[in-house]
Design a protein around this ligand. Structure first.
Ligand SMILES: Nc1nc2c(c(=O)[nH]1)N[C@H]1C(S)=C(S)[C@@H](COP(=O)(O)OP(=O)(O)OC[C@H]3O[C@@H](n4cnc5c(N)ncnc54)[C@H](O)[C@@H]3O)O[C@H]1N2
Ligand code: MOO
Length: 410
């Protein structure tokens, strides 16, 4: 079902789609990309498509946790003869008999016959004889085979991103091949006759491009491959052709500009001509209200309003969710936290506000969110000081300082 939204605040026919509902819609529409199987060491940053289980017991064999001597606890009170040495990496060939000990190093396999390890700090050695300076029980400083994990035990459910730590946990567990979802390839179209490319001299009426660097940089920061970055003039044919090219080589398409109601706003018609089915248009959020979302098969198109502040919100709140759904992440962003407004705020009556804020703490340790000046959707100059985006609900009455609201780090 398409969510056909007008704008009650501007005399439209139906209410804007609430932001909460818009975020829920992505999950109903977007399916994960097909999984690919490959070596675990090449899967950093990708999302697991299947559960991963340990191939081995961990520890792999019973081993010493310290540098010291392996012996029989029953002999610990007497003098012992050192009959050999076991280092980490040595195959287990030696054994310990009555009255004997083996020099052993951290990670060395505990030999047959021994049931405990004396760390060298409690051992006095003279030639090949040792005595212990304190009593020693069985099973001291030993890591037992399988005490952490048994072969077949789960290491990770599907839907987790393989960060370096999880990758290492899988490698340790002898997992060599994993099924993961590829990182979605993203095409970015920056529309508008007025937009000069980075480095280009401005003709009269032109402006410097913010949205190209914003989208390309944001994707690069998160490791998503940029399949295309193209500047497109304001014509229905040009935007349609660019959308077709973009869709041919990417898993997700982002556009900026031309999505409002002016005579030069071609995005909705071009998207339709390029085969995208509209899911919603216009969300009760500020900035970024005219955001248009559609699908072509399983390819999302997020057409963001041209104002750079609207693109910023579009990326952090909407695009991130679409990307993570394509990756099959178990908890797609944004993952909101809670903080308290540092000062009163005059909310919009109809649209929720997504504000750039500083993050602080009050004396009780509660997170506080301080509103920055210059929040309009055509402004970005406060970003050097912004820590986070706060989601403030629409309200007829001002929101008082201390009101709990949601936020995400920028
Ligand atoms: N009659 C109405 N007009 C507008 C409405 C409305 O409801 N009724 N909504 C306003 C809102 S809210 C927004 S947001 C904008 C969105 O408009 P578009 O998506 O069509 O975007 P453009 O008109 O193409 O651009 C808006 C603004 O941003 C500048 N821009 C565009 N691209 C870039 C870029 N790459 N780098 C920097 N700046 C860019 C552009 O020059 C415009 O100033 O519509 C309102 N209008
Ligand atoms: O929706 Mo728009 O408030 O100018 O970004």
């Amino acid at each position: 079902m398409a969510h056909d939204c007008g704008d009650v605040a501007h005399g439209g026919k139906s209410p804007l789609l609430p932001l909460e509902a818009a975020l829920a819609v992505y999950g109903e529409r977007i399916r994960p990309l097909a999984a690919q199987r490959g070596p675990v060491h090449e899967a950093l940053g990708r999302v697991l498509a299947e559960p991963a289980a340990s191939a081995v017991d961990l520890p792999l064999f019973t081993q010493s946790a310290v540098d010291g001597y392996a012996l029989r606890s029953a002999d610990a009170a007497g003098t012992l003869r050192v009959t050999g040495e076991i280092a980490a990496g040595d195959a287990a060939k030696l054994s310990v008999g009555p009255g004997e000990a083996l020099r052993i190093f951290t990670g060395g396999a505990v030999p047959a016959g021994a049931d405990t390890v004396a760390r060298q700090e409690i051992v006095k050695r003279e030639g090949d004889r040792i005595t212990l300076t304190e009593p020693l029980a069985a099973n001291v400083d030993i890591r037992h085979r399988g005490e952490e994990v048994r072969a077949g035990d789960p290491i990770s459910p599907p839907g987790r991103r393989l960060h370096s730590g999880l990758l290492a946990a899988l490698a340790m567990a002898g997992v060599q091949q994993v099924a993961t979802r590829p990182r979605p390839r993203v095409a970015v179209l920056v529309t508008g006759n007025e937009v000069a490319r980075p480095g280009e001299a401005l003709a009269p009426g032109q402006i410097h491009d913010a949205n190209g660097p914003l989208c390309a940089g944001w994707l690069a920061e998160r490791g998503y491959p940029l399949a295309m970055l193209r500047y497109v003039p304001d014509s229905l044919d040009a935007v349609t052709a660019a959308l077709q090219d973009a869709a041919a080589g990417a898993d997700l398409v982002i556009t900026s500009g031309g999505v409002s109601v002016g005579d030069h706003d071609h995005l909705p018609a071009a998207a339709k001509a390029a085969g995208f089915e509209r899911v919603f248009w216009k969300v009760a959020q500020k900035p970024g209200k005219p955001i248009w979302y559609g699908m072509r098969g399983n390819q999302p198109l997020l057409a963001l309003p041209g104002n750079p502040g609207a693109v910023l919100i579009g990326l952090h709140v909407h695009v991130i969710r679409a990307l993570q759904l394509l990756e099959g992440l178990d908890q797609p962003a944004p993952l909101w936290r809670e903080g308290a407004l540092a000062a009163d705020f005059r909310a919009d009556r109809v649209r929720d506000s997504l504000l750039r804020v500083t993050v602080g703490q009050d004396p009780s340790g509660r997170v506080t969110l301080g509103r920055l000046a210059k929040q309009d959707s055509h402004m970005l100059s406060n970003l050097a000081r912004a820590d986070a985006l706060a989601w403030l609900p629409a309200s007829e009455t001002p929101l008082a300082a201390g009101t709990p609201v949601r936020w995400i780090a920028l």
